[in-house]
Design a protein around this ligand. Structure first.
Ligand code: XIL
Length: 654
């Protein structure tokens, strides 16, 4: 029975493979030599991946493409099994995957045969990392010279743990795809990028990467109201049209961005308008735009950044809020739905990817809107992160899940990473970026409720982050070479999350009483954690926000720097904000605090606080400690099960 199913699967794979090749041929025609040149340049194995100088030609293997297709088409056969489930089948030996170790003919994205001359890296990969290599024919009736074989043999793909305990598993992505687009398709995810249409005509390499690597595009600026209609009733559609036309030709889906935002709104849309005038203008803008692109755009970010918890109301004090009140949010969605019943409507927000007060406010707002029938289909977590502070796997996944449980699809919608906050050289900053991207993309890959990841630009060359200095927060460098982050995204799409090392904290569960811990202000008491298994350390008699619990002997473990994940359970006797910080002392300088994570805790209940960060030092520090603090005077603060674990990804040759 399995053989029969695989036989049919094989036939579908071949048909799909043909279809994919036709798409690639169409793209090559559209972009002419530039596309081909870009493919060849990429295939020449010149990559800016300093820690992974030896990219596997595996991804160029015809059969790796086939594997992508197998995985895509296998899903109906393995009903209700998520891709991760399929991967577990792979892990448990139903499918054995590897790549061919020897020089061979490969098929490029355009479906042409070309010679792979990356012999050294190929053999290294074949022997070191990919068991199951070698010639084999799979039972599905497709020829599989080394890449795919079906057997009931032993597991050959490393497993990993996605949460909880420290993982020592092999976190390396064995399945290597030729492009992010293929890897995303195999994972059942959409992969997109923000685009500047003006560059399409003048920068062939930009266009080529865009087409080759991404399945979705979104206008970085050209869909914003102020850009489309700088003067009343006059639209300049040129850039938006160019993007939509281009995407149509190369079979990319478009997500529009954005109808309502407090920034890049036309100056004629002002607080001198009456509520009626503003409502009419907004409604007309939404209708006019949706009418123009009916059937050609898949989704729109309808409202962007309406929440700002630093204001009294919790809403962004935009012209819309000030003139119309928060009702403008639901109205925008109702008008959009009426104008186009088919299109996906998304609420997009900054800074909500991690759990916390802003995410909570947004969640409550959306829950209320949905309960009142407002047509919202999706939520965008912008995810403009920094390598020194970004959501942990646990946090991001829990957040994805709770929004998905509202019935929304989740987009990780504007990913980029500031890399300058952590001292270091280019290589260390780019490794930090890689870990952050692998973690964010990996969280999306393993959460069924997460539909799409969109990067906020193709290359550092044009990134908006660099407006304030060279942050270099995207996956291609300024010369269009892949950074380590590219590999991180590939691994993330394959469902591999960074691996956690051993806990760096001593007596982290308070089993040995207060050993290694002390109170800063107040008194430390250790005893059974009421409401949780095990012990907790509690600080009583605190005289202010800076009083808390500290472990201060972390210098030896943390001075080397690098990525870390932090988590702890916290409880406070009154609702308050709790912070976790590293206290770092450099010679001759005052200790400074490096915030790790912040959370608002309810009164008297245990809650998890966590976050990821990367450390790096220009000058070797003389002391490093961890401190949990934050609530006001008199509030008892307890912590339990505290962890500070290094994160690592396999950066070896593949
Ligand atoms: C940014 C663009 O990238 C810049 O080119 C422009 O100058 C300002 O806006 N959140 C959003 C995006 O929703 O629209 C922003 O894009 C980045 C932050």
């Amino acid at each position: 029975m399995i053989a029969g199913a695989l036989q049919r699967l094989g036939e579908r794979v071949d048909r799909a493979q043909k279809a994919i090749q036709e798409i690639y041929t169409a793209r090559t025609k559209t972009l002419g030599g530039a596309y081909q040149a870009s493919v060849e340049r990429r295939d020449s194995n010149v990559r800016r991946d300093s820690a992974s100088p030896c990219p596997c030609p595996c991804g160029r293997n015809e059969n790796d493409g086939k594997l992508a297709t197998v995985m895509r088409f296998a899903r109906p056969f393995v009903s209700n099994l998520r891709l991760v489930g399929i991967r577990r089948l792979l892990t448990h030996g139903l499918l054995v995957v590897g790549c061919s170790p020897s020089p061979q003919d490969v098929v490029d994205d355009a479906g042409r045969s070309t010679t792979n001359d990356a012999d050294e890296s190929a053999s290294e990969v074949g022997t070191a990392n990919h068991e199951g290599s070698g010639s084999a024919a799979d039972d599905a009736g497709t020829s599989a010279s080394g890449s795919i074989s079906v057997s009931d043999g032993t597991a050959t793909i490393g497993d990993r743990e996605t949460e909880g305990e420290a993982s020592t598993g092999d976190n390396q992505a064995v399945v290597d795809y030729a492009t992010l687009r293929e890897a995303a398709a195999a994972a059942g995810k959409r992969i997109g990028v923000a685009v500047r249409p003006d560059l399409l005509a003048v920068d062939a390499e930009y266009a080529a990467i865009l087409v080759r690597e991404f399945g979705d595009v979104t206008p970085e600026d050209s869909g914003k109201w102020g850009v489309l209609a700088p003067t009343p009733n006059t639209y300049d559609w040129d850039d938006m049209d160019a993007l939509v036309d281009f995407a149509g030709t190369v079979e990319q889906a478009v997500k529009g961005h954005t109808f309502v935002w407090h920034l890049q709104t036309p100056s004629w849309v002002s607080e001198s308008m009456t509520a009626d005038q503003l409502n009419t203008a907004l409604r007309q803008h939404i209708e006019t735009t949706l009418d123009r692109y009916r059937g050609r755009i898949r989704a729109w970010d309808v409202v962007n950044e309406a929440v700002n918890i630093d204001t009294e109301s919790g809403y962004t004090e935009s012209v819309f809020f000030n003139v119309l009140g928060p009702e403008y949010i639901e109205n925008a969605f109702f008008w959009a739905r009426a104008a186009d019943p088919e299109i996906m409507l998304i609420y997009n927000e900054v800074g909500i990817e991690r759990m916390g007060p802003k995410s909570d406010f947004t969640y409550d707002m959306i829950e209320d809107l949905l309960a009142r029938g407002v047509p919202i289909d999706g939520i965008g977590f912008q995810s403009h992160v920094s390598t020194h502070r970004y959501p942990s796997e646990t946090d991001l996944r829990a957040n994805i899940r709770r929004f998905a449980d509202l019935g929304l699809v989740v987009n990780i919608s504007e990913v980029d990473a500031r890399t300058r906050a952590v001292p270091g050289n280019e290589a260390s900053r780019w490794q930090a970026e890689r870990v952050a991207f692998q973690q964010i993309v990996g969280a999306c890959a393993v959460e069924p409720g997460c539909e799409a990841i969109t990067f906020w630009g193709v290359t550092d060359q044009y990134s908006w982050l660099n407006d304030d200095g060279p942050e270099d927060g995207l996956i291609y460098d300024r010369s269009y070479l892949e950074k380590p982050a590219y590999r991180g995204v590939m691994d993330g799409l394959a469902g591999f999350l960074p691996t956690r090392g051993a806990n760096r904290l001593t007596n982290a569960d308070f089993a040995a009483g207060s050993e290694a811990w002390s109170a800063v202000g107040g008194q430390l008491a250790v005893g059974p954690a009421q409401g949780r298994v095990g012990n907790a350390g509690c600080v009583r008699g605190r005289s202010g926000a800076t009083d808390g619990i500290v472990q201060d002997d972390l210098l030896d473990d943390l001075a080397v720097g690098g990525p870390l994940t932090f988590s702890t359970w916290v409880r406070a006797s009154a609702s308050s904000t709790v912070d976790a910080s590293l206290l770092i002392t450099e010679t001759g300088a005052e200790p400074y605090e490096f915030n790790v994570a912040t959370i608002v805790v309810p009164s008297g209940a245990w809650i998890e606080l966590n976050g990821n960060l990367t450390l790096g030092f220009e000058v070797a520090p003389t002391a490093i400690g961890l401190k949990v603090h934050g609530p006001g005077a008199g509030v008892e603060l307890c912590v339990a099960d505290v962890r500070l674990q290094p994160l690592s990804v396999d950066t070896g040759p593949r």
